[in-house]
Design a binder for this molecule. Sequence first.
Ligand code: HEM
Length: 119
Amino acid sequence: MEFLHSVLVVGHMIGLAAIVGTFLLQMRKNGDFAVLAIFGGAITQLVTGLALVGVAEMGDGDLNYAKIGTKLVIALAVFVAALLAWLKARKGTNDRSIKPFFHAAGGLALVNVVLAVFW
Ligand code: HEM
């Protein structure tokens, strides 16, 4: 269980890096966003985050459900923003119109990092 927990934390950090890293690198751009990276990162965060909760529930660790619920709602918003950006880009419009979705996903992921660490 300890090994599985460590694997999931590594996945959680890679998903985080995919969203926040891509966002910080491309936040000044007006098109050609790497939407697949933030979309993949958003899916990774939901999957690894929920799996981490499952693993913690099987152990005897105390879980802060208010914090987990808040993070889950924000992660779902990140996922929807990234999904909309990805769908638009898939239709061939990877231009300035994607920017609000890109910024929403990146900004909200940063909010989740702050929540995860300070709460
Ligand atoms: C954009 C989405 C997310 C980001 C950026 C994020 C970020 C983080 C960060 C930075 C940590 C490390 C905190 C620390 O060790 O002090 C963490 C841990 C954790 N996150 Fe997330 N998270 C996200 C989504 C989620 C979701 C959706 C869940 C579950 C519903 C979740 C559950 C957890 C759990 C259980 C831990 C503790 C892992 C451990 O045992 O060390 N996260 N997250």
